[in-house]
Design a protein around this ligand. Structure first.
Ligand SMILES: [Mn+2]
Length: 148
């Protein structure tokens, strides 16, 4: 159910991305994938509800406090995507290279439909963060910023 949009956008005989399935691992992991697609962006993903809740962050997750970056919610990805690195072939959804920029565990502090607060325990990203829904321009736009 939750991964239908992810599956619909991809042809798994053509892309190296995992098909995956909804799977509760009982882990709280996050990943940031640097995605050299049509436009470079960073995909931020939090393992929740048996999937990776995902946001495309054009400028990346800020490392310093006081900087708010746009994060556009995108379709849920399978938890198996957390290890994915590779090249999505031209002509396919998300064509370009994907590399892991950071990963690790996170600790959840708050989750409402419009706000998620968590501590990232990555190699590069370490600190307390908020994802906040703005809905600007009628889209699924959020902001991500560091608070501690
Ligand atoms: Mn992407």
């Amino acid at each position: 159910m939750k991964l239908e949009e992810y599956w619909r956008k991809r042809k798994f005989e053509k892309t190296p991305e995992p098909r995956g399935e909804v799977r509760e691992r009982g882990l709280n992991q996050f990943v940031v994938q640097e995605h050299h697609a049509t436009r470079l962006h960073y995909d931020f993903r939090l393992e929740m509800d048996g999937v990776l809740k995902s946001w495309a962050v054009p400028k990346g997750v800020p490392e310093e406090k006081g900087v708010k970056h746009l994060a556009v919610a995108v379709e849920d990805h399978p938890v198996d995507y957390i290890d994915f690195e590779g090249t999505i072939p031209e002509g396919h959804y998300g064509a370009g290279t994907v590399e892991i920029w950071d990963s690790g565990e996170y600790e959840l502090f708050k989750r409402t439909p419009k706000e998620i607060e968590f501590v990232l325990k990555g190699k590069r990203l370490r600190g307390r963060y908020i994802l906040f829904f703005t809905g600007w321009k009628g889209k699924d736009n959020w902001l991500i910023f560091r608070v501690g």
